[in-house]
Design a binder for this molecule. Structure first.
Ligand code: ZN
Length: 309
């Protein structure tokens, strides 16, 4: 009896151990470049994934310092999701090389280029960095349009289905839920922005063409003379003249740019600086893609209202 009791106890212990270990192993480790991608991977992957975003939402995604801790995360990752094009060209290749994880190298089954099938804007006829341009394959800031976010969500779902085919129905269902909600909110956001359709505005960095297209805006000028090149005093003088001539009042900017130049410009034209959220996590309380568009639409509506007062 004693023996059987001991054996039973061992079997019971093993039985209890196995499911928890299996559950821990089942979680797919996903590393993303941006928090927006991590958010989407969480939405669709649910409790079957754990995500880590290398960049924060208030960091310039073109320039991220590679840290050893990121390499460690990539070494252990099952999936890596990148915005692609040349957005993260300054830091992703070095991190992937150091991680030496074939699963998440380009071509590996866990490598996900989120830009696949995304219609791009501003694709140049010739890719060149001669003039300091950092958008050489087309504008890479495509996650600021709800319709393109839908494509990214589908790309992530495809990758999850590839890596965890047994859970396909769950991922497809999560995608459906997310997509439906985003579609219906997009209708509301567009309605709120409708009175300002065609409004001419100015931006600091050329990162809003997808937002511009999605919400019917018209970005007439940029403080940066070329993407990635900080504005010079002569460029600022040109912008001020342009804003004065065309009565432009609204200047949009991401949180990681210094606002000095923007403040100087708007002070000369009696305008407003609008610090939009350029990513999930850009500001406290912007935890989801829905928060991001809610926040940006609210800020734009307020800016247009104050500019016409
Ligand atoms: Zn950019």
């Amino acid at each position: 009896m004693k023996r059987r009791g001991l054996t039973g106890c061992i079997i019971l212990t093993l039985f209890l151990l196995v499911p928890s270990r299996a559950a821990a192993q089942e979680k797919l480790r996903i590393v993303t470049t941006l928090p927006d991608l991590a958010y989407l991977a969480n939405e669709i992957g649910g409790d079957l994934v754990e995500t880590f975003s290398i960049a924060t939402g208030y960091q310039n995604p073109h320039f991220v310092d590679p840290k050893p801790s990121y390499i460690l995360k990539l070494t252990r990752a099952d999936m890596f999701i990148t915005v692609g094009l040349d957005l993260e060209l300054g830091w992703v290749p070095a991190l992937l090389n150091s991680a030496r994880n074939s699963r998440i190298q380009p071509g590996g089954e866990g490598y996900v280029d989120a830009s696949i099938d995304v219609p791009l804007l501003e694709v140049p006829t010739r890719a060149s960095r001669e003039e300091g341009d950092i958008h050489i394959f087309g504008n890479p800031h495509y996650w600021l349009d709800p319709d393109r976010v839908q494509i990214v969500a589908r790309n992530i779902t495809k990758a999850l289905n590839r890596l965890l085919p047994a859970n396909k129905s769950q991922f497809d269902e999560n995608l459906e839920h997310f997509s439906t909600r985003l579609d219906s909110l997009y209708v509301e956001w567009k309605e709120r922005m409708e009175p300002y359709r065609g409004a001419h505005i100015v931006a600091y960095h050329n990162q809003w063409p997808y937002f511009e297209e999605a919400f019917g805006l018209d970005i007439a000028d940029f403080l940066e003379p070329k993407p990635g090149i900080p504005p010079t005093p002569s460029q600022l003088a040109l912008i001020i003249r342009h804003m004065q001539q065309d009565n432009l009042k609204v200047l949009i900017i991401a949180p990681y740019y210094k606002q000095d130049a923007a403040n100087l410009v708007v002070s000369r034209v009696n305008g407003v600086v609008v610090p939009l959220a350029s990513s999930v996590g850009a500001y406290d309380g912007i935890d989801t893609v829905f928060d991001l568009f809610d926040y940006n639409v609210e800020l734009m509506v307020n800016a247009f209202e104050s500019a016409t007062e």
